[in-house]
Design a protein around this ligand. Structure first.
Ligand code: 9MR
Length: 417
């Protein structure tokens, strides 16, 4: 081949003729991944998905590598009457995650709230309620098999003093309902990571100890539990968000039991309208939570409970409070908060999770069957644009969708660009 003038010049410069590699888009998720986490994500809900500007923001995988359905996988939606299963709304969220190449955190199988009255007031005996519980879990987890990175199996089973919350399951079955639920979920989808999820367990104390006891309880029954979700519905300037060491000490108490931790429903509320001082403090608080997760290898990821104040649950429950999220009611980033979060994640100096991801980022924009769990880098499907395709510890697919190239961001993260 006769060299062209260009190749001769490149050769003289010691360069190659390959195209310039594009840089990974910068955002909360790419930074979290660069820090060794699996994702930074957001909750969402079906009603919001008609808001195209909102959906565009949610679908930006630079910021959000995972989504969680805020309501549509709960019992009242999924099994509103005994034996009748309704997956339409949950499927919308699952399909959106697949289309975007985002992980899905599935939420939640067993909760005293948003539980239909046919369960609460059914007057079932122990054996019948156990079979209802198992049937619900088996049906739902099977429906979403392969799609859920995590399942919140049991939600909010504790009182503030760390004792078990009385609810129909506890009252009828006793604490055994918890390991029974985990065992049923594990049998239906062995690849999903199974979580206990609660609030006010972000700092050491009686309720955190209670959650640690739930981990021990599930294990003592011989069932599988992979992680604990710290919801982190926080208040500006208080409730456990003050110091990084408080976060890491508490998280380490869980990881010492052999489970991962995740921040699952983070928001930090204040009185509205928020003062400048409150916003400054809120930026610090978000940064503190991120620094705490970043410092603990087994803190695998972080989810905010929706990303914009436009769709936050806070004002409807806490009168006069809100402004809890990093995006305002007009879908604009709050610069001080967002920038503090970005700085807290940094650019790749975090620890690497010791837990191995099992659910792949979904491979197709249209499939209703997610890519199967993978155990070797060679297996799995095609990674969509923006999806992860390599890096230390990565066990998912490495083949990029046509038109994109697997591009190294750092040792821990390569992305299809
Ligand atoms: O965000 C959810 C909100 O839309 C519902 O009205 C509410 C009803 O219980 O549940 C909210 O989500 C909760 C989550 O499922 C569990 N932890 C507390 C969350 C806020 O209430």
């Amino acid at each position: 081949m006769i060299p062209t003038a260009i190749t001769l010049v490149l050769a003289a410069l010691g360069a190659t003729a390959s195209p310039v590699e594009p840089r990974a888009a910068d955002g909360l998720n790419t930074r979290a991944v660069a820090a060794g986490k699996q994702y930074f994500g957001s909750a969402t809900d079906n009603g919001e998905l008609t808001d195209s500007a909102y959906v565009a923001g949610l679908s930006n995988t630079a910021d959000f590598g995972q989504i969680t359905p805020g309501n549509s996988m709960k019992w009242d939606t999924i099994e509103p009457s005994r034996g009748t299963f309704n997956y339409a709304n949950g499927d919308v969220i699952a399909n959106l995650a697949a289309k975007n190449g985002q992980y899905l955190r599935c939420h939640t199988l067993v909760w005293y709230n948003q539980l239909p009255s046919w369960v609460t007031n059914g007057g079932f005996d122990n054996a019948t309620l156990i079979s209802i519980l198992k049937n619900h879990i088996t049906n739902e987890v099977t429906h979403y098999k392969g799609k859920c990175l995590h399942w919140d199996v049991v939600n909010e089973a504790l009182n503030e003093d760390g004792t078990y919350r009385t609810n129909v399951f506890y009252n009828t079955i006793g604490p055994a309902y918890i390991p029974i639920a985990f065992a049923a979920a594990a049998a239906a989808d062995p690849s999903a990571k199974l979580y206990y999820n609660d609030y006010n367990i972000e700092a050491a104390g009686a309720k955190s100890t209670g959650a640690q006891n739930i981990v021990k309880l599930v294990k003592a029954y011989g069932a599988k539990i992979d992680g604990v979700g710290m919801q982190a519905h926080l208040i500006v300037g208080s409730t456990g968000s003050e110091s990084v060491s408080a976060w890491t000490t508490n998280m380490n108490a869980f990881t010492a039991l052999g489970v991962d931790v995740a921040i699952t429903e983070l928001d930090i509320r204040t009185n509205t309208p928020a003062t400048a001082a409150a916003v400054t403090q809120q930026a610090k608080d978000y940064a503190t939570v991120i620094q705490g997760c970043k410092a603990v290898a087994r803190c695998v990821g972080m989810t905010i409970w929706d990303y914009t104040d436009k769709y936050s649950w806070i004002p409807s429950v806490f009168s006069g409070q809100g402004a809890a999220l990093p995006w305002d009611e007009n879908l604009n980033k709050k610069a001080a908060v967002y920038d503090a979060m970005m700085s807290a994640w940094g650019t790749g100096t975090g620890t690497t999770p010791t837990a191995t991801p099992t659910a792949s980022v979904p491979a197709s924009s249209t499939t209703t069957t997610a890519a199967p769990a993978t155990s070797s880098a060679a297996s799995g499907g095609t990674v969509p644009k923006w999806g992860q395709c390599g890096g230390i510890g990565w066990t998912g697919p490495t083949q990029c969708v046509a038109g994109t190239t697997c591009t190294k961001g750092n040792d821990y993260y390569s992305q299809c660009l």
